[in-house]
Design a binder for this molecule. Structure first.
Ligand SMILES: C[S@@+](CC[C@H](N)C(=O)[O-])C[C@H]1O[C@@H](n2cnc3c(N)ncnc32)[C@H](O)[C@@H]1O
Length: 211
C-alpha cells in the first residue's frame, strides 16, 4: 500500500493550534462562515474546522506551495466545513471572494502574517475586512505584537531582530499602529487576549456609526 506523503508541518502551528481553537470557540457564535487569510501549511484550518462544526472555513494563501500544503492537510483531515483553498493576496485590490451579491463573512482570521509581510499587508487586511465582514463580523488576528509600556519578552525581542535581519520591512508590529490602521478602515480593536508563548489574539469589529 502506498502511503500519502506527509503533510508539510510547522512545529509552531502544532504547538499553538489548540490555544487558537479554544479562543475561536469562545469568541465565535455556533455557526457562520470564516475566511482565513495566510493559511500557510493549513494546520490551523484542518484543526479549527474540525473543532468548529457549525462553521464553514475558507482557507487561503498567495503562495502556491502553501495551497498544496493546505490541500494535503484537508485531504488528510477531511471535514465537511473545510473548503478548498483559494489563492488570495491581501495586496490585490479585489480579493477572489468578492463578487456582486457574495455573502459577507462572519469572521476573518489571520495568524502570523503581519510581522512577516510588509506593513502594507496590515493596511490591506484592515481594508479587506472592512469590505467583507458582516455587520456583526469579527476580524481576529493572532501573533506576537509590540505593546507600549509592555517590555517585549526576550524571545520576541530576538524574533523581531531575526525578522528584520531577514527582511528590513518585516518585524513585530506595534499594537497602537495596527489599531490606528483598523480605525482608518472603519474597524475598532475591541479585545486583546494573551495566548501562550507571548502571543496575542486581537479582535476587531465594525466601528459603530457616529451619533
Ligand atoms: C508565518 S506564515 C503563517 C502561516 C499560518 N497562518 C501560521 O500561523 O502557521 C505567513 C504566511 O503569510 C502569507 N502571506 C505573506 N504575504 C501575504 C499576502 N500579501 N497576502 C496574504 N498572505 C500573505 C505567506 O504566504 C505565509 O503563508
Amino acid at each position: 500500500m502506498t502511503l500519502p506523503p506527509p503533510c508539510p508541518t510547522s512545529p509552531a502551528a502544532e504547538r499553538n493550534k489548540g490555544a487558537i481553537l479554544a479562543t475561536l470557540q469562545d469568541l465565535l457564535p455556533p455557526t457562520g462562515r470564516l475566511l482565513e487569510i495566510a493559511s500557510g501549511t493549513g494546520q490551523h484550518a484542518a484543526h479549527c474546522a474540525a473543532g468548529l462544526p457549525g462553521w464553514q472555513w475558507q482557507p487561503s494563501d498567495p503562495d502556491p506551495q502553501s495551497l498544496d500544503a493546505i490541500a494535503a492537510w484537508s485531504a488528510a483531515c477531511p471535514c465537511p466545513g473545510l473548503l478548498s483553498p483559494l489563492r488570495l493576496d491581501v495586496l490585490h485590490p479585489a480579493w477572489p471572494v468578492e463578487s456582486p451579491g457574495a455573502a459577507p463573512w462572519d469572521a476573518i482570521f489571520c495568524a502570523n502574517m503581519l510581522h512577516i509581510a510588509p506593513w502594507a499587508c496590515c493596511c490591506a487586511l484592515m481594508r479587506g475586512a472592512a469590505r467583507l465582514l458582516a455587520p456583526a463580523g469579527q476580524l481576529i488576528t493572532y501573533g506576537p505584537y509590540r505593546v507600549q509600556e509592555e517590555p517585549l519578552s526576550p524571545g520576541n525581542l530576538a524574533f523581531d531582530a531575526d525578522l528584520r535581519a531577514r527582511n528590513p520591512v518585516w518585524g513585530l508590529r506595534w499594537l497602537h499602529e495596527i489599531a490606528a490602521q483598523a480605525v482608518s478602515a472603519g474597524l475598532v480593536l475591541g479585545q486583546r487576549r494573551a495566548l501562550p508563548a507571548n502571543n496575542q489574539v486581537l479582535v476587531f469589529t465594525r466601528a459603530l456609526p457616529a451619533g
